[in-house]
Design a protein around this ligand. Structure first.
Ligand code: 5AD
Length: 473
């Protein structure tokens, strides 16, 4: 293992890097755009910055893609990284790059190298963020920094459990601890890295308190290493009061648990589940995401596109998605008022649930070993985990209004009051429409398909499934 200021690296990756003083000097060059500045400005303006996901294998195509998306007005642009690089299969990514780069599902930054990364960063005026999904993103982080990129997504829980089948939490948590520690070193040199935490998890019916407990624990781990800027992402569930409350809870939980030395920015991931298939209804959901982001006080919203139901979007659809999300957050909709009492009620319970999940872990002593132990026993858990290192005993359901509740909280250490409220909220839904468990889960997952079919003429023939053969033509 080679070493970059405490960050342990693959020796081959390390050998290609410029030395630390060059990296630091480039990051500190006046005029270089940094995500933290965009986030501060968006917060001050009260309108969320919009950011697309975007990444293609070839370097020239990536340059062209960024240039094509920039005029749509994103606050930040992404380098979405390919799956091989995420899993540190740098040789495979390299081989595909030498073959047909279109075979990669994102930009292999490590294989292209930091010089090309700088070329991308210098091609647009807005800052870039590296978005990936690596349980161990250390090499990728080093190359991103050398490329001048100061916004980096991921964390030891959220980039492990949804993506990897068998990476121990001990490994991912300690890899991310090194990433965060280097952010601490950089902060002391005046370079603030925006570390974004992926609260979306498996993206399927994630109860807000599960998402927020995970990101809060990752945030505590990051702050302990010296991180000064955190973007905390939450996935839009679809019930507006619950979503707005969850976004507001990011700030209230940060005030309560994180202390004043770290800036915390809530981020909304526009709906990550099975997406409507018609451009009209998909676009409505994209607009609604922008509106929910603004009402919830989100600093940033990650947009979807009308091609979401069919795979990775092309540049034109992505540009349109950026504009739609921004329009949803624009002043034309400033007349929209929500039921503040209902949001306050949701917020109260979300805060309480998160406290009941997180405080026993904090009381257990060492944070990282406490997180591991809690997942082992199911006292921390996520639904539909891809990983054997979470129990996945939690069963989520939608209530009669579409809010995501706990049908079964598994081994989560909730109080009687929390569990009773969850049961009460779901009882109403079941009485209205008794169904088998499988039917109910399917309906909950395909929630927006049913809404689309009911609202939009000409869609009654569309099956309520996300089978790609059910395309809308
Ligand atoms: N470019 C754009 N979007 C991407 N996604 C995944 N990879 C890319 C990419 N290379 C999007 C999917 C989905 C979400 C999980 O990420 O389309 O919306």
């Amino acid at each position: 293992m080679a070493d970059l200021n405490g960050l342990e690296l693959d020796p081959q990756v390390a050998a290609e890097l410029p030395d630390w003083h060059d990296i630091l000097a480039y990051l500190r060059e006046p005029g270089r755009p940094h995500a933290v500045e965009v986030l501060r400005a968006a917060d001050a303006a009260g309108r969320p910055a919009v950011q697309p996901r975007c990444g293609v294998g070839g370097h020239d195509r990536m340059l062209a893609l960024l240039r094509e998306l920039e005029p749509a007005g994103p606050g930040i642009l992404s380098l979405t990284i390919d799956s091989h690089t995420r899993l540190r299969r740098f040789d495979t990514a390299r081989a595909l790059l030498d073959g047909d780069p279109a075979d990669l599902n994102g930009y292999p930054l490590v294989s292209h190298g930091w010089r090309r990364g700088r070329e991308l960063a210098e091609a647009v005026a807005v800052p870039l963020e590296v978005r990936h999904g690596s349980p161990d993103g250390r090499d990728l982080f080093a190359v991103a920094l050398a490329a001048g990129i100061t916004s980096f997504e991921g964390g030891g829980i959220g980039y492990n459990l949804p993506y990897s089948k068998n990476v121990p939490l001990a490994h991912s948590l300690r890899a991310w601890q090194q990433v965060d520690a280097l952010c601490g070193v950089l902060a002391e040199s005046g370079v603030v890295v925006d570390r974004e935490l992926f609260g979306t998890l498996t993206a399927v019916l994630v109860p807000p308190s599960v998402s927020l407990a995970v990101t809060l624990l990752e945030a505590l781990a990051a702050v302990a290493e010296g991180v000064r800027c955190l973007s905390v992402a939450y996935p839009q569930g679809g019930e507006v009061h619950q979503d707005i409350a969850a976004l507001r809870a990011v700030r209230s939980l940060a005030r309560r648990y994180l202390g004043p030395e770290v800036e915390v920015f809530p981020v909304l991931h526009e709906f990550m589940g099975v997406f409507p298939r018609t451009p009209d209804y998909a676009n409505l959901l994209i607009l609604q995401g922008g509106l929910v982001a603004r009402l919830g006080g989100a600093t940033k919203v990650i947009n979807k596109t009308v091609q979401e139901a069919y795979g990775i979007p092309d540049a034109a659809a992505n540009a349109a998605g950026i504009r739609s999300a921004a329009l949803g957050a624009s002043d034309l909709l400033d007349f929209v008022r929500i039921d503040e009492a209902r949001v306050a009620e949701e917020l109260h319970w979300i805060e309480r649930e998160v406290a009941e999940l997180v405080e026993p872990v904090l009381a257990a002593g060492d944070l990282l070993t406490g997180i591991e132990a809690a997942f082992r026993s199911g006292r921390l858990d996520i639904p539909f985990s891809a990983s054997i290192h979470a129990r996945s005993l939690v069963v989520p359901r939608r209530d009669g209004d579409g809010a995501i509740r706990y049908a079964d909280a598994g081994a989560l250490p909730f109080s009687g009051a929390v569990l009773r409220r969850q049961a009460d909220l779901l009882r109403g839904a079941e009485n209205a429409r008794p169904r088998s468990l499988v039917e109910a889960a399917t309906a909950d997952i395909h929630y927006f398909l049913e809404k689309e079919r009911r609202s939009l003429p000409g869609t009654a023939h569309l099956p309520l499934t996300d089978d790609p053969r059910s395309r809308y033509r």
